[in-house]
Write a protein that binds this ligand. Structure first.
Ligand code: B12
Length: 497
């Protein structure tokens, strides 16, 4: 018996989505061993549920999935409690947080093994060794040495990182057992796309190596995709079982190959789904008009695209392999197909954050005039470990925390959720101006993703902010903060759709 823990990752109940990471692992266990999923996004008291599971059918391992931010904070408390209550049961951490910071995770006494990157194969091999070792009350380091993709402490307490594991297509693994969730219907959300929105990830990783992105470190600059036929079959089943009418694709780079995209559009057309996904500007620009029209017909409503910067010099420093004119070209071109582009920007180049901000403010204004429907997401540059060195040459200018507990302190928590990265190279006034510009933009054009925001609330936000945008006057938007506090519009930077 294995117990999976998916600690709470969302701030609002309406953002609940299928916990795909633990479902992917449960899928490979089906038919081999019993398991139970405890999901903090649904369960008001995950510790009580873990206790119940352990009383009924004691588990031989606790497997925790976590990404940086709120989920990591919840994972710390629950793992510590579990270790104190069941000291002989091994605790395995996997997901983006331990994959990015394996040494940090292993510095916690309640973490025995870290699984780095894609989990399915590693997890099965690891469980085989828990089976052997459980007789002696823990893992045997000699059994772990040959498993790629893990990190653990050896008998001297030293950290061992085995070699990275290559990635496989999600299509190589069994379908996810959605019905093993206690209340699967609770994961179908009302969004701007539909009343029953499901989530799916049809690929793993990304072949680009943008130097600000955590995916390169975790997936090693590779991407593997499932066949369109399988994606369509899974969505058909989700529609049959749960009546889904919309999908949010989690892929880092959904449109890798044009022929696959065109085939998928054709296959899912009859399901009448509305969908959202993430793509690359350069790749979409290469698509024919015919494919773009087919994507829209098949329900593609909005695409999240990393524009990142309006400066070509900065785009080169980021290793983005994109130019700012490509962003403008796509903004204009995609409009005629009725697909809304959601352009994301990473502002605050460590070498000259002020110039970076001003260049981007100008560029974003140009982009909005090229396509007024385009939505804009503004993020501060918040570094994450990168195999080629972090964007901005800041490897020696920032020291990440050495323990999960330190990551959970307000200083580092605010860093991970990008609220206040408190970076040595980002002057407070520049940071304030980035935030102010973001506030004005999000009020001047409230996102269409916010289906709950009433018409008058929208009009009010627009009315209060138009003059600021018109006259380039962003500083101290106190009246907008007040309006946001009262009207609580959605913030696409931190919330799911
Ligand atoms: C869905 C999602 C969310 C949802 C979470 C919903 C949920 N169900 O909990 C929401 C919107 C809440 C969210 C928020 C945030 N997210 Co997020 N999110 C994602 C996203 C799009 C998909 C993750 C996913 O489910 N993938 C599908 C599953 C199958 O893959 P997986 O998670 O990688 O799991 C595999 C392996 O990691 C491993 N594994 C995972 N867990 C475990 C556990 C064990 C025991 C084992 C053995 C293996 C294992 O095996 C799995 C199968 O192969 C990823 C991007 C991406 N496509 O990966 C970003 C991503 C993980 N998020 C990220 C970030 C930064 C955040 C935020 C901090 C952003 C913010 N501004 O606040 C917040 C923090 C939330 C929190 N900590 O609680 C980053 C993390 C990297 C980084 N830069 O630090 C990513 C990679 C986005 C990015 N490109 O930068 N996120």
């Amino acid at each position: 018996m294995i117990v999976f823990l998916h600690p709470r990752s969302i701030r609002r109940a309406r953002n609940r989505r299928f916990p795909l990471s633990v479902l992917a692992l449960a899928a490979v266990l089906e038919g081999r061993e019993e398991y139970e999923i405890v999901d903090g996004n649904i369960d008001p008291d995950p510790a009580a549920s873990l206790g119940r599971v352990m009383r009924e059918r004691p588990a031989r391992a606790l497997c925790v999935s976590l990404m940086p931010g709120p989920q990591m904070v919840a994972a710390i408390g629950l793992s510590r409690w579990f270790r104190a209550s069941y000291p002989h049961v091994p605790i395995i951490w996997g997901g983006y947080f331990p994959s990015l910071y394996p040494d940090t995770a292993l510095n916690a006494p309640y973490v025995d093994v870290v699984v780095r990157g894609q989990g399915e194969d590693t997890f099965l091999e690891l469980l085989a060794s828990v089976g052997q070792a459980s007789a002696c009350g823990g893992f045997q380091p000699s059994a772990l040495r040959h498993i790629p993709g893990i990190s653990y402490r050896d008998q001297f307490g030293l950290h061992v990182h085995t070699r990275d594991r290559g990635i496989r297509s999600p299509g190589d693994f069994p379908w996810m057992p959605y019905h093993s969730l206690r209340e699967p219907h609770k994961y179908l959300a009302r969004t701007f796309l539909g009343n029953r929105t499901a989530v799916h990830q049809a690929s793993y990783g990304c072949p680009f190596r943008c130097k600000f992105c955590g995916v390169t470190e975790v997936a090693g600059g590779r991407q593997k995709c499932e066949k369109p036929e399988r994606t369509a079959a899974i969505l058909t089943k989700l529609q049959h079982d749960f009546g889904i009418d919309a999908v949010q694709f989690y892929d880092n780079n959904f449109f890798l190959r044009e022929d696959d995209s065109a085939e998928l559009a054709e296959r899912i057309g009859p399901l009448n789904l509305q969908w959202w996904c993430e793509g690359r500007i350069d790749i979409l620009l290469r698509y024919s008009d015919r494919t773009l029209a087919a994507l829209r017909r098949s329900g593609c409503k909005m695409i999240f695209l990393g524009a990142e910067s309006g400066s070509d010099e900065i785009l080169r420093a980021m290793d983005k392999q994109l130019t700012s004119s490509q962003t403008l070209d796509l903004a204009r071109r995609i409009r005629q197909f009725g697909i809304i582009p959601e352009f994301s920007f990473v502002i605050g180049n460590p070498k000259d954050p002020d110039t970076d901000l001003r260049t981007n403010m100008q560029f974003i204004r140009k982009l909005k005039s090229a396509n007024p429907d385009a939505e804009i997401i503004i993020q501060h540059y918040t570094p994450t470990p990168h195999p080629d060195g972090m964007y901005g040459d800041i490897d020696d200018k920032i020291a990440f925390p050495k323990t999960p507990d330190e990551w959970a302190t307000p200083r580092w928590y605010n860093f991970t959720v990008r609220e206040d990265p408190a970076l040595p190279w980002l002057p407070r006034r520049t940071k304030r101006l980035i935030d102010a510009f973001e506030t004005v933009m999000s009020c001047r054009w409230p996102t269409i993703q916010d289906s709950r925001l009433s018409r008058w609330a929208r009009a009010m936000l627009k009315g209060l902010s138009w003059w600021r945008y018109a006259f380039n006057c962003y500083k101290w938007p106190r009246e907008l903060h007040l309006a946001q506090m009262v009207l609580r519009p959605r913030d696409p930077r931190v919330e799911s759709l």
